[in-house]
Structures are given as structure tokens and as C-alpha cells.
Ligand binder design. Structure first.
Ligand code: SF4
Length: 277
């Protein structure tokens, strides 16, 4: 906390937008010295914020949760899905990365599989199934790579070891803009309800997303063709980080189900980058 405050104070922000609903996040904005601090008045935070309003009921898609906050600041919410446009320089770096692993040969677009989820293990479809699915995708001649975050390198290695095909592991050392550029070069992203899926959709890459403990009505990625597999078992959505049962919500999603959905998305997406040979 002390380090975060010192980082924020050093940057002398004019405005702070407090999107988490915790008291801690509002206190950080207050301690940062920002002149204007926007946030919902949850958790006794009114005194820490300069502009606050009661949080509306969260019933629709989470993207719309902050519309009231935007209106408070005089900004008209546009209702559009988020879009990220990486710079030309970022694309150059990412294309070199893809070339090094021969993922772009002949202008091909790789399939990315993202087995992680920062939230925790309940959001993760089993690693061994990601390996089987990666093999099925690569048996069909598609190039593929695993995408992981910095804390998921071991998970990526586990999936790669279990796969029959060699599959590179990318992403752990990339920033958000670089990841967005990488994903925009993909033909399909297969992953859990995670940052990778949302980022892929924001750059227009089709997604196949496995939902378990969370609610697709709230957090299905927006911005591209998205197929959700959600088994909706007796306890879902639970939003728990540890499953008290047998993780049925994810266990009931079979490799066959996933591959059928992936194949239908791949059939609808060109295998090469338009304009490249
Ligand atoms: S409690 Fe139910 S919804 Fe939650 S992780 Fe376990 S099986 Fe899935």
C-alpha cells in the first residue's frame, strides 16, 4: 500500500477513477493527492471521493456497471464494446516474435490457447484438456501457441509437456498493448473467462470461452464473434476461488465439445492474414 501511494503521488494525477468498490482503492486515490476522485459510494467511501454516487444494481453486462459514474462526470456512455488499437511499432515487435516461432509462415494466423485465469483455479478448464485440445487443433494443420501471464509460466509448461505437438509458450513478458497486438494476429483465442479473452475480443479476434464459476451474462467478452461453453450446474455461478464440490462446472466441458465449437469458429475465420501470402 505504501509503495502504491508513493508511486501514485509521484505521478501527480489530476483525476483518479476508482473502479474497484473497496475502501482500500478509494483510500489509495485519496492518498495519491489527485484533485478529482470519482467512484461509487460503497463501503463508506464518500469522504474519500470528491465525486461519488450510489452504485446501481449490477444486473446486466459488467461493461455497463460504470455508466452511472461516467454520467456523473458528464460523459455520455456510448454503449460500444471496448476497442484497443496497438501502435505500428508494437506490431513490428510482435511480428518478429511470431516469426521466431514460425507462427506466421505464409501469412498464417495461429490459434492461441490461454489456459490461465488470474482469478484462480476455479475459472480454469483442466490443463490436460487444454493439451488435448491443442493437439486436436494442430492435427488439423493449424499453428498454435499457448498464452500465459507472468505467474502462469508453470501452467503453460504443464500444458506444453502434455501435448504431443510442440507448442510455444508466449505472453509472460508482454505488456497489455503487446498482448493485444499478438492476439489481433490470431485466428482464434480459446480460453477461460480471463483477461486474454477480453483482450482478444477487443481487437476483433474470435473467442471460444469456457465459463465455470462466473456468469456469462455479466462478463462474456464483447467486440468479436464469441462462443461460450457454460454448463450451468446446480451451484453456478458461485464466484468462489476454491470449489467446495467436484468442479463440475468445468469438468462437464469435454474436449469433444470444445473442439466442435473451435472447429466451427475456425471454419468461419480465414486461415491467413488478409493481404499476406
Ligand atoms: S461451486 Fe459449483 S460453480 Fe463453483 S466452482 Fe464449484 S462446481 Fe463450479
Amino acid at each position: 500500500m505504501v509503495r502504491d501511494i508513493s508511486w501514485a503521488r509521484g505521478r501527480r494525477f489530476d483525476e483518479a477513477w476508482v473502479l474497484p468498490n473497496s475502501w482500500r482503492s478509494a483510500f489509495l486515490a485519496f492518498a495519491s493527492g489527485s484533485h478529482r476522485r470519482f467512484g461509487y459510494s460503497t463501503d463508506h467511501r464518500r469522504l474519500l471521493l470528491t465525486e461519488s454516487v450510489e452504485k446501481p444494481a449490477s444486473t446486466g453486462h459488467q461493461l455497463r456497471d460504470y455508466d452511472r459514474l461516467l454520467s456523473l462526470a458528464g460523459i455520455e456512455p456510448d454503449g460500444e464494446a471496448p476497442k484497443i488499437a496497438p501502435s505500428a511499432e508494437t506490431f513490428r515487435k510482435i511480428d518478429a516474435l511470431l516469426d521466431a516461432d514460425r507462427l506466421r509462415d505464409g501469412g498464417s494466423r495461429p490459434v492461441f490457447l490461454a489456459p490461465g485465469a488470474a482469478f484462480g483455479e476455479t475459472k480454469r478448464w483442466p490443463a490436460e484438456r487444454f493439451a488435448l485440445l491443442a493437439d486436436a487443433v494442430m492435427d488439423g494443420a493449424s499453428r498454435a501457441a499457448l498464452l500465459v501471464g507472468p505467474s502462469e509460466i508453470e501452467l503453460g509448461r504443464l500444458v506444453a509437456r502434455r501435448a504431443r505437438h510442440r507448442i510455444p509458450i508466449l505472453g509472460a513478458d508482454l505488456d497489455t498493448g503487446e498482448l493485444a497486438a499478438l492476439l489481433s494476429r490470431g485466428r482464434l483465442l480459446i480460453g477461460n473467462d480471463s483477461g486474454a479473452a477480453h483482450l482478444a475480443a477487443s481487437v476483433g479476434t474470435p473467442c471460444l470461452v469456457f465459463f465455470g464459476p462466473t456468469d456469462p451474462g455479466r462478463t462474456t467478452p464483447r467486440g468479436a464473434e464469441v462462443r461460450v461453453i457454460d454448463r450451468y450446474v446446480h451451484c453456478s455461478p458461485c464466484y468462489l476461488k476454491k470449489c467446495p464440490f467436484g468442479h463440475e462446472c468445468m469438468e462437464e466441458i469435454t474436449v469433444e465439445m470444445a473442439f466442435a465449437a473451435a472447429r466451427s469458429l475456425l471454419e468461419a475465420t480465414p486461415p491467413t492474414i488478409p493481404g499476406m501470402k
